[in-house]
Design a protein around this ligand. Structure first.
Ligand code: ADP
Length: 306
């Protein structure tokens, strides 16, 4: 039995729903998306837990019910009296999407005021999964607390998997973001960055530079995703590229990276083959970007070789 704990923030999403000023409420979040796809792709006997905090209000309750209905383990999710779930709204102006956020009152920002709950969640776990957004939402001392827990988790044989998911708007400045991301990477076994973001914020001239930077920080396996272009895999004893299948009918790239990570991990944890894992990740992401929305139906055959 494999146990994975994804750590992060899930939010209420208000998306345009046809008519003027009509919106549909859903739930989304990068780490939740990955956990959601992992649940679909991993064998039933495995446990996929989501670690976050929510409030006691009705919307927090609905989010919890949503995570539970997805088959994810919710027992480590704290319910707080002092906060609620974050909210973002997608506005469409002449076909262009823009985002407004209300996340100051988010309970997830307070999920590491103490490390007791996360230590309990990681008890007996094989993999901890987090992203740069998980780091970004935490106050400095709480982020340090998270990294301490991950350090101890690794000392006990756990593996840490990290998607830098660089979102400068969530950080006071770029330097703080890049420092925090590299600090987390130094405690990480597998890093799954997207080249476009890394080029923008680390000034990497090519995917090789991204891979080298993380490898030099001590990461065992780096997979640099690059949209429709080939992925670069750099590991201790091998380095190679894998081209995703060309997809011409892309409708919505939301969660491409998140679902790739799930396909990659589910396959890699199954048989340890990095190339197959990239093909599996790209296969899932390729299905996700041909449909509207972050959480969509996917065929899972690609990942069942275990
Ligand atoms: P993110 O969503 O994090 O920015 P990327 O854009 O790098 O991530 O895409 C993640 C993965 O999704 C890619 O490695 C690839 O497998 C797949 N993908 C994304 N865009 C396309 C595309 N246009 N055609 C085929 N595959 C794609």
């Amino acid at each position: 039995m494999t146990k994975i704990v994804a750590i992060g923030e899930a939010m209420v999403e208000l998306a345009p729903a046809g008519g003027p000023d009509m919106y549909r409420a859903g739930f989304a979040g990068d780490t939740l998306n990955t956990a959601w796809y992992l649940r679909k792709l991993m064998p039933k006997a495995d446990q996929i837990a989501y670690f976050t905090a929510v409030g006691h209000d009705a919307m927090s309750g609905k989010l919890l019910a949503f995570i539970d209905a997805a088959g994810l383990v919710t027992k480590y999710i704290d319910r707080r009296d002092d906060s609620t779930v974050g909210l973002y709204m997608i506005s469409l102006t002449n076909g262009e999407r823009s985002f407004s956020y209300w996340r100051g009152q988010s309970a997830a920002r307070r999920m590491l005021e103490s490390d007791t709950a996360l230590r309990a969640a990681l008890q007996g776990a094989d993999v901890a999964y987090l992203s740069g957004i998980t780091l970004a939402i935490l106050p400095d001392p709480d982020r340090a607390r998270l990294l301490d827990v991950l350090h101890d988790f690794r000392s006990n044989g756990g593996k840490v998997v990290f998607d830098p998911n660089l979102r400068p708007r969530l950080w006071p400045d770029t330097k703080t973001m890049t420092n925090a991301v590299m600090q987390a990477a130094s405690l990480t076994d597998i890093v799954l960055p997207s080249f476009e973001d890394e080029a923008a914020w680390f000034n990497d001239p090519a995917p090789e530079a991204t891979a080298n930077r993380y490898r030099n920080a001590g990461v065992d396996i780096v997979v640099v995703k690059n949209g429709p272009d080939q992925m670069l895999v750099a590991a201790t004893d091998q380095s190679f590229t894998v081209a995703p299948t060309r997809i011409t009918d892309v409708v919505d790239t939301t969660a491409a990276g998140d679902s790739f990570n799930a396909g990659f991990l589910a396959s890699y944890l199954g048989n340890g083959n990095l190339e197959q894992a990239c093909v599996a990740g790209a296969g899932i992401a390729g299905q996700v970007i041909r449909q509207i929305g972050a959480l969509v139906d996917v065929q899972t055959e690609l990942v069942t070789d275990r």
